[in-house]
Design a protein around this ligand. Structure first.
Ligand SMILES: [Zn+2]
Length: 424
């Protein structure tokens, strides 16, 4: 793959070519000192060095015959140029393609806003990249390079299809109209190291798949499920990322248990052992002040409590996941921007009870004491020192357990996949 990438950019307003460079970027770019006859600036991006030195999803990564590059990393524009409208075009050699969720104009250029750069999904650039509709889901396309991951393409397609199906079953529909799933080989890795969903200018979910991953690793992993859950909720950032991350963190093992890829015991074991990581956010500082660990597991505790509160207030008629589906029906998918309060008040209105606003008031701006051990006792679940889960049927909240784990009284049909997990 080429060591440098030629980019043509037109901006409105157009900075002088000398103003394009930002200090941190200077080492990677060569910028023509004159605009061309159409008023466009031309850059050479040393993509090989950028990918080697940064090597992360938010910047650039290299694989066998190409690169995954974040739009933010493409243009050496100072962040101050926030209202700039950009039109960029790659000058790609023969056999090279650029794939992105961002729609391109008939002339092959991409139009975007400077201020959105950080929220636009990445470009997959390189040779031998395929993009195909996902079998069984007309709302998603799957893009991946034809080499670099040891697993057969058929197995990868089945995995993404089965995971998308498990996600549709939770949302009871495709959460977005059009999305692009991008699989990128992670050299040397046997696992799924990272994923990211982005929704401005087109919905994309990029997932790194270990070069050495086997089929078991795909279904044992949480990353793709987590990212696909994000597609079904509006982005809510007014009080931080905890509500979006809490939703994805909480329902990820639930959705995989419903698909038959893990057991109910696994789900409770994960919650009982991991939720203490979110306790400080819920009890002391408040979810809106939580750091990285706190937004995921503090958010997940909030969602568990929201499920319990909603089911209790409605006599089992409606859980928090029902209210998330209601929000989705009202257009609240990942392309929408809501406040966390928008969602909470929608739930309370549907419940006819201020149950969730009450929970919000206790744990978001600041914390309130929370006794997780007492919560597990009320739910009738315990984790023994031998790692085994035990259930108490007579406990106060035993009745909400199947509603939370299975979405009803009965365990749903498992989703068979890749000849690996067959329904039993
Ligand atoms: Zn997430």
């Amino acid at each position: 793959m080429e060591e440098s990438l030629s980019i043509r950019a037109v901006c409105d307003p157009m900075p002088a070519p000398g103003d394009f460079l930002v200090a941190s970027g200077a080492r990677y770019w060569k910028i023509d000192d004159k605009l061309d006859l159409q008023g466009a600036a031309h850059f050479q991006l040393d993509i090989k060095s950028l990918a080697r030195n940064e090597d992360k999803l938010g910047q650039a990564m290299a694989f066998g015959e190409g690169y995954l590059v974040a739009p933010e990393a493409l243009l050496p524009l100072p962040p101050a140029e926030n209202n700039t409208l950009l039109r960029i075009e790659f000058e790609l050699g023969p056999e090279l393609s650029a794939i992105s969720a961002l729609p391109s104009s008939p002339d092959g250029s991409y139009a975007l806003q400077r201020r959105d750069l950080g929220e636009i999904g990445p470009f997959l650039l390189g040779r031998h990249i395929s993009v195909e509709p996902l079998p069984g889901d007309s709302s998603l396309r799957l893009a991946m390079p034809n080499s670099g991951i040891r697993l057969e393409r058929k197995v990868l397609f089945e995995w993404v299809s089965a995971t998308a199906k498990s996600n549709r079953r939770f949302w009871r529909r495709s959460p977005v109209e059009k999305g692009l799933v991008i699989l990128v080989p992670a050299p040397g890795s046997p696992a799924i190291p990272f994923g990211r969903a982005l929704s401005v200018g087109g919905v994309s979910v990029a997932v790194l798949v270990g070069e050495k991953a086997d089929a078991r690793a795909l279904y044992d992993d949480w990353v793709l499920t987590h990212e696909l859950i994000h597609l079904g909720s509006p982005i809510m950032r007014d009080t931080g990322a905890w509500l979006n991350e809490g939703i994805a963190t909480f329902y990820e093992p639930v959705i995989r248990a419903r698909a038959g890829w893990k057991t109910e015991d696994d789900v409770w074991r994960e919650w009982i052992s991991q939720m203490p990581r979110g306790l400080r956010a819920m009890s002391d500082i408040g979810l809106s002040n939580a750091g990285r660990g706190g937004i995921y597991w503090g958010g997940a505790i909030f969602v568990l409590m929201a499920e319990i509160e909603a089911l209790s207030a409605s006599g089992g008629r409606m859980g928090f996941s029902d209210c998330l589906r209601l929000a989705l029906d009202k257009g609240g998918n990942t392309t929408a921007r809501w406040t966390s309060e928008d969602l909470i008040s929608l739930c309370d209105a549907a419940l006819g009870s201020p149950a969730l606003s009450r929970l919000f008031a206790l744990h978001v701006q600041s914390g309130s004491p929370l006794d997780l051990a007492a919560l597990w006792r009320r739910l009738g679940v315990s984790l023994g020192s031998d790692g085994k889960i035990a259930y108490a049927q007579e406990s106060e909240l035993a009745w909400v357990r199947p509603l939370i784990i299975w979405g009803g009284q009965d365990r749903p049909e498992p989703i068979s996949s890749a000849g690996f997990f067959q329904p039993d």
